[in-house]
Design a protein around this ligand. Structure first.
Ligand code: ZN
Length: 263
C-alpha cells in the first residue's frame, strides 16, 4: 500500500511552505513527521489505526504535532537511539522506544541517513522510501554548518541510490517517481558546488564571504545566511579531506599531498 501524503502548513523555507506528514499501513499504521495539526491530517489519522509516531529528524518544521497525535492515537513514540534529548527538546515529549539502522517499526524499516541533520533517518517500506529531507524533487535541501555534514549526506544519497527504490516520498514537495535521476542530480549538485568552493580558495579567497561570492554566481539576497552555512559545510568537508586549511574563519589552499603521511 502506498504511503498517504498529507501536506501541512509549517512556515518552512520549502517552496510551498508545507511539510509532508505520511501515514503508512492501515493496521499498526505509522505516522511520520506530523508537523502540524490540520483537519486533513485529523481525518487521515482516524481512517487508520496509528500505533507508531516518529520523525525523520527533529527539525522544527517536522515535529509540531508529534505530541498531539501521539496522545490522540495513544501511539508508541519513537526516536533515534542516542538522540532522545534532541527529540524531547524539539517535541516536548520523551520517546517510548528508540530505533537504529534496520529497526522494524510497523510496516517500515529504519535506514539511517545522516547529513541534513545528525539524527536523520529514512523509512523503507517495500519499494517505497520515505526520505524526509534527504531528497527533494526540485532544487536542493540545506546541508549547512554547524550540524549539516556533507560527507555523511553524500554517503546517505549513495546508499539510497544503491537501494534503487521505485518511489521516494520526500519531506517537502511531490512524490518522486524517478529516484535514481533525482539522487544523481542531488549528488552532482553538491560536487559542482564543492568544485566551485575549492576553486574559490585556490583562486585566493580566504574569508567565508569571499569564498561565498566566488562560489555562487547568482543573487543570494534573502538566502545569504543559508548559502554561507553551506559553504562552511563544504570547507569543513574539504578540510577533513586535506584539500584546504580551514579553521572556521579562514581558508587557504593546501596541496592534496601536504599531510606528510603520503610516500
Ligand atoms: Zn530539516
Amino acid at each position: 500500500m502506498d504511503p498517504k501524503r498529507v501536506p501541512v502548513p509549517t512556515g518552512t523555507l520549502a517552496p510551498d511552505g508545507t511539510t509532508n506528514a505520511y501515514l503508512l499501513g492501515r493496521e499498526q499504521a505509522l505516522l511520520v513527521d506530523p508537523a502540524a495539526r490540520t483537519d486533513d491530517l485529523d481525518r487521515a489519522v482516524t481512517d487508520c489505526a496509528v500505533e507508531h509516531v516518529l520523525v525523520t529528524h527533529a527539525h522544527p518544521d517536522h515535529v509540531g504535532a508529534v505530541a498531539h497525535y501521539a496522545d490522540a492515537c495513544d501511539a508508541t513514540v519513537w526516536a533515534r537511539a542516542g538522540r532522545e534529548d534532541r527529540f524531547e527538546r524539539a517535541t516536548g515529549i520523551s520517546p517510548d522506544r528508540t530505533f537504529r539502522e534496520g529497526t522494524p517499526i510497523g510496516p517500515a524499516t529504519v535506514m539511517e541517513t545522516p547529513g541534513h541533520a545528525p539524527d536523520h533517518v529514512a523509512l523503507v517500506a517495500g519499494d517505497a522510501v520515505l526520505t524526509g529531507d534527504l531528497v527533494v524533487s526540485e532544487g536542493s535541501v540545506v546541508v549547512g554548518a554547524d550540524e549539516g555534514d556533507i560527507r555523511a549526506y553524500l554517503t546517505s544519497l549513495r546508499r539510497l541510490y544503491a537501494r534503487n527504490p521505485a518511489r521516494l516520498y520526500p519531506g517537502h514537495g511531490p512524490v518522486i517517481d524517478h529516484p535514481r535521476a533525482t539522487v544523481e542530480r542531488l549528488i552532482r549538485h553538491r560536487l559542482d558546488r564543492e568544485a566551485k568552493v575549492l576553486a574559490a580558495v585556490r583562486g585566493g579567497a580566504t574569508e567565508l564571504d569571499g569564498v561565498l561570492d566566488s562560489a555562487y554566481d547568482k543573487d543570494l539576497s534573502g538566502v545569504r545566511d543559508l548559502a554561507r552555512s553551506t559553504v562552511a559545510a563544504h570547507l569543513q568537508k574539504l578540510w577533513v579531506e586535506g584539500k584546504v586549511a580551514w579553521d572556521g574563519e579562514r581558508a587557504e589552499p593546501r596541496h592534496p599531498f601536504a599531510r606528510g603521511d603520503e610516500p
